[in-house]
Unconditional design. Structure first.
Length: 329
């Protein structure tokens, strides 16, 4: 999209092709020579494209790799590459011919998130792992006690319904889930995977967890595991933010339809299959149940819920806290 520096309506310069969802990390080349960007396809981001203002072209693709944050500096395009030989990479690039003139090479092993200043200086992040410290807070939002030690590489936390346990995703050479005793702070490795793990959630009875996993968009799926390790199952529904309904019989999540747009859907765990409740705008949604952001209503086990979902958001009206809209059948 393009918009005047004076403001006004945005106009589309170029749109996604049939197999693309959207574009990421747009970077302007010097001298108004065009824009670098990463098309989002089923396999993620394996290429760098250029739009000159009149023409679009692919300038680099590395199959099986994820390329991000492409930017131009000093006769090169720098970019972040994962998962093999990860780091900040560069490839020679002619600003006059607008084409790659050599082979990619590694510049900064393990470097991430490269960015270039208007003067051409390169900045990047090293050792981007987070160090999560779990703390207790009082009703006023102030921390009162630390629980266990800090966890290097932890990216997200989900506390069990009774508050006695938690699960944490830790990123390193693998993606790991650890269980944590919320009283003693003791933690134990629960499972690990080569696939990224996101959006942990508990069942209401505290016996199972669910999350979405997958190395690429095409591989994205849901996994359910018993917290005692006795069982696990994979559900081939492409989507994210899965959550159990209160009766544990249905999985509610954001699913991607054939047009790669986000819809609210559910998966019947007793009678496998899923039905999509179309969103009004096709925008990204977050599925959360049990009164958080999304919940099913109607009879608990009536086959198909009378109302698939009610969406609760912060109110835009001064003096009000919440407003709710319902998607009914």
């Amino acid at each position: 999209m393009s918009v005047s520096t004076s403001g006004g309506d945005a106009r589309e310069l170029i749109g996604p092709e049939e197999n693309e969802t959207d574009f990421h990390h747009v970077h302007s080349l010097p001298g108004d020579r065009g824009f670098l960007f990463h098309p989002h396809v089923d396999l993620g981001f394996d290429s760098i494209h250029l739009f000159t203002g009149t023409e679009r072209r692919e300038i680099l693709q590395i199959e099986g790799q994820q390329l991000n944050s492409a930017a131009y500096t000093s006769g090169h395009i720098v970019f972040m590459r994962t998962p093999d030989n990860p780091g900040v990479w560069a490839v020679p690039f002619s600003l006059e011919a607008l084409e790659v003139t050599g082979d990619p090479f590694l510049v900064i092993p393990e470097g991430t998130l490269p960015t270039v200043s208007p003067q051409g200086d390169l900045a990047y992040v090293t050792n981007a792992q987070t160090n999560m410290q779990i703390v207790r807070i009082d009703e006023n939002g102030f921390p009162t006690a630390e629980i266990g030690d800090g966890i290097l590489g932890a990216t997200e936390l989900a506390v069990s319904p009774d508050g006695t346990r938690a699960v944490v995703v830790v990123e390193g050479d693998n993606y790991e889930i650890w269980t944590i005793d919320m009283i003693s702070g003791a933690r134990q490795l629960f499972m690990f995977s080569k696939d990224p793990i996101e959006n942990l959630a508990w069942s209401a009875n505290g016996l199972n967890i669910v999350y979405n996993a997958g190395m690429t968009d095409a591989d994205l799926h849901q996994e359910i595991r018993a917290i005692d390790g006795s069982s696990s199952s994979a559900i081939g529904v492409r989507g994210n933010t899965p959550n159990f309904t209160r009766d544990q019989g249905t999985l509610v999540l954001c699913v991607w339809n054939e047009a790669n747009a986000s819809d609210i859907g559910y998966f019947d765990l007793e009678d496998p299959g899923h039905v999509v409740a179309k969103s009004s705008s096709g925008a990204s949604l977050t599925a959360r149940v049990n009164g958080r952001c999304l919940r099913t209503v109607g009879p608990a086990r009536s086959g198909v819920p009378r109302a698939i979902a009610s969406i609760t958001r912060p109110s835009p009206i001064a003096g009000s806290t919440w407003w709710t809209s319902a998607a009914t059948r």
